[in-house]
Design a protein around this ligand. Structure first.
Ligand code: 13P
Length: 357
């Protein structure tokens, strides 16, 4: 086996090591600024760096967090004492990762769909990111559900781009996280989410196969199979777990080492409960099942932090708490009672809204 293949497989397995998951902290400047503004936190390069540094250095969190995904701005920053941010992560035992797409842009010829861009010049950017310490990457495709959408064009161009991105990453010895997100915004049923997610996963793995992506050296970051957030009939936690597992078993090859879910706008506790339920019934699943959450790991911490260094410790405790609950959920060992174990000065009414990127 070539050393490159070996290294891809080693990194991919380390990211889904027993009882660990990934922190997605790769919000663009625009998205993080919106979240900061809701809480009246000034958004500057320094405040964004301080926030990320607070998360990345949270004591004990590396026992639950295998890797952290950064945005381009963060990977180039230095900590308050001059250490490059990727080095802070490695020193804490967290694998540095990087978001490499340049966003979901309007798809020509479609009324309201997007195609994720960022392939131009990607090979060179990946070389640079690897030299800065990144060992894995992320690319997010976005699929919207309505009565008539997604179009076949939207699914196929996004799948093709994910394939091209993943192949380039592996060439540059970075593990690609392949993220085809079927949005939960809408009034569609859980069955419709299942149908669309199945189509999308089928198209994505087809593209990965055609573009010779090594499945053993990648991770899949899918949505769970849930009811649309405006659907009057909300599926139960057990229905979500059953449907999600069935959909993945039908469409995700056994050679993929891990499936790491996005939270997609679920409340943090719901995202943990779903992950736990999926894992309690997935003992025979061929892949590890874990998390790569953004909002569901960060919401409570951000609302506790509020841009004030005096709140660093309380915010780190809030983040540690969610990381610990989700780590337990990867083992099917999360209980609702764990939610009462968070002590300290934490925020109330902390839900953020809106899409991630
Ligand atoms: P959420 O968990 O907030 O959906 O973010 C995950 C992510 O990385 C989206 O690209």
């Amino acid at each position: 086996m070539s050393t490159k293949i070996q290294s891809l497989e080693t990194i991919a397995s380390a990211l889904v090591a027993d009882g660990k998951g990934i922190l997605a902290a790769d919000e663009t400047v625009g998205t993080l600024t919106k979240r900061f503004e809701k809480l009246k936190i000034p958004s500057t390069a320094e405040s964004r760096r301080d926030y990320r540094e607070m998360l990345f250095t949270a004591p004990g969190s590396a026992s639950f967090i295998s890797g952290a995904i950064m945005f381009d701005e963060t990977i180039r920053q230095r900590s308050s004492n001059g250490t490059p941010v990727p080095e802070i992560l490695s020193k804490h035992g967290t694998i540095p990762g990087i978001k490499v797409d340049t966003g979901a842009k309007p798809l020509a010829g479609s009324e309201s769909e997007t195609v994720t861009e960022g392939l131009d010049g990607l090979r060179d950017r990946l070389t640079d990111y690897r030299a800065m310490g990144a060992r894995f990457a992320k690319w997010r495709a976005v699929i919207r559900i309505t009565d008539r959408l997604p179009s076949r064009t939207c699914v196929s161009v996004n799948a093709h781009a994910l394939g091209r991105y993943a192949a380039l990453c592996q060439e540059q010895e970075l593990v690609p996280i392949v993220e085809p997100e079927v949005l939960m915004e809408g009034d569609h049923s859980i069955e419709r989410c299942d149908e669309v997610t199945g189509q999308v996963l089928h198209a994505v793995f087809n593209a990965l196969y055609e573009q010779k992506v090594l499945l053993e050296g990648m991770l899949l970051k899918p949505n769970m199979i849930v009811s649309g957030n405006a659907c009057p009939m909300q599926a139960s936690v057990t229905d979500v777990a059953d449907a999600t597992l069935q959909c993945l078993l039908r469409h995700v090859p056994a050679s993929v080492p891990g499936v790491v879910f996005l939270s997609g706008g679920q409340s943090d506790v719901t995202a943990t409960a779903h992950l736990n339920e999926i894992n309690t019934r997935a003992r025979a699943a061929p892949w590890r099942i874990s998390f790569s959450y953004g909002r569901a790991l960060q919401d409570l911490a951000l609302a506790t932090w509020l841009g004030n260094k005096d709140n660093d410790q309380a915010a780190q405790q809030a983040y540690y708490h969610r990381a610990r609950c989700n780590a337990a959920a990867t083992l099917g060992k999360y209980t609702a009672a764990m939610e009462n174990e968070l002590t300290g000065k934490i925020a109330k009414g902390y839900r953020s809204e809106g899409e991630d990127d």
